[in-house]
Design a protein around this ligand. Structure first.
Ligand code: AHG
Ligand code: MN
Ligand code: MN
Length: 371
């Protein structure tokens, strides 16, 4: 298809303006915020694309202000840079009351010289950052919440600071969620609660163009994603599910499955949006202090909203992800998402694990994950 075909495509800006026409009373703040987030993502895409040439590979040096984040993870230079880009591109405009991020222990307060607005922005500035140095896809994930009312009732100089508790809203309350994927092409995938749309960055125009309208996830799949090195720590329902997939055609599922693990959740989410599949990073027994690997507020909730808006499903394994009441900013949680029928099956296995374990011949001595 010739490139000139793209003249007919809608830009992200056009898409947002046309969406807003459906809400004549809307102030435009929300659109302005999303466009600022999009600029942040473009800046991060550029930094990622320059790779070694940009001098941004490797770990963040301790002498430059620390190298371990609140989760006890080593920060990459690009984690820190991406966090900074998100802040600088969004703090000034008067759309935000505060922000929270994987890379900041506590909420970020909008500096006094800028007006504050009615939204909260929560983000994972760079997801999959263990993949940066090996040139595998990474991305940014973001979630937009409404700030509590009392925050914008007051004149600016009398407003209280945002607190952690202001962010403790279940995923169902998200106003919007999205991610950018820095892969062979850069894409922005966005939901404002009315389906999911995908935009591809035209690097010469510097614009995100609507290339994937109304994304729908196939309800069935024969592809799953899980870090199998954790198998010995999985709970029975997860073991059962994976065993049944691995058993393939002769097994209880009567079909062969394919397995993928990129170790960038955002890239797995995108693959699943495009062609179906199921992703599991379940709660396990590896570390009693960590109920799961991924974080509720800036990983599970935004990806969960996108999945549900695309006709998929997101769950803790036991309950719908978007109903979970957060209790801390960096809370971890078991996460299962993707093709609806598959996620529902995993939820059924959790609902009655004992019965299923007894019923399941794979849990006898020939279990594939049993030593
Ligand atoms: P982050 O880079 O933001 O810390 O997130 C990494 C996450 C996620 O992207 C991925 O699915 C998972 O960690 C990878 O876990 P393993 O190291 O167990 O493969
Ligand atoms: Mn992440
Ligand atoms: Mn991250």
């Amino acid at each position: 298809m010739p490139l000139s075909h793209n003249n007919h495509r809608r830009t992200l800006t056009q898409f947002l303006i046309e969406e807003r026409r459906r809400f004549p009373g809307a102030s435009g703040d929300f659109n302005a915020l999303i466009l600022d987030v999009a600029i942040a993502c473009k800046a991060i895409a550029r930094a990622v694309a320059f790779g070694e040439l940009g001098g941004v590979m490797g770990n963040h040096a301790a002498e430059e202000g620390g190298s371990v984040n609140v989760q006890g993870e080593t920060q990459k230079k690009l984690d820190v840079l991406s966090n900074e880009v998100f802040i600088r591109r969004t703090e000034w405009a008067g759309n935000l009351a505060g922000m929270a991020s994987e890379e900041m222990d506590v909420p970020y307060q909008i500096p006094g010289q800028y007006p504050r607005g009615k939204y909260l922005l929560v983000f994972d500035p760079l997801d999959g950052s263990s993949n940066i140095d090996v040139n595998v896809s990474v991305g940014s994930i973001f979630s937009v919440l409404r700030a509590p009312k009392d925050l914008d009732d007051m004149p600016r100089d009398q407003q209280r600071d945002v607190t952690e508790a202001d962010f403790f809203q279940p995923g169902a309350k998200q106003v919007a969620a999205g991610y950018a994927l820095y892969g062979p092409t850069t894409m922005l995938v966005l939901t404002v609660g009315d389906g999911v749309n995908g935009f591809t960055l035209d690097p010469t125009l510097g614009e995100f163009m609507l290339t994937h309208p109304h994304i729908q996830i196939p309800v069935d799949t024969h592809e799953f994603a899980i870090n199998a090195s954790n198998a010995r720590f999985w709970e029975a329902p997860v073991k059962r599910y994976v065993d049944e997939c691995l058993a393939g055609k002769p097994g209880p599922r009567a079909k062969d499955f394919n397995m993928r693990w990129i170790a960038s959740m955002v890239a797995e989410a995108h693959r699943i949006l495009m062609r179906g599949g199921v992703f599991l990073y379940p709660r396990d027994t590896k570390d009693a202090t960590k109920p799961g690997r991924l974080r509720l507020l800036y990983e599970a909730n935004p990806i969960g909203m996108i999945m549900e808006q695309a006709g998929g499903r997101a769950s803790t394994g036991e309950v719908p992800m978007l109903g979970v009441q957060p209790t801390s900013l960096h809370q971890r949680i078991g996460l299962v998402f993707g093709s609806k029928n598959e996620v529902e099956r995993i939820e059924r296995y959790h609902a009655d694990p004992v019965k299923h374990e007894l019923d399941n011949p794979l849990f006898a001595e020939r279990s594939l994950f049993r030593s």
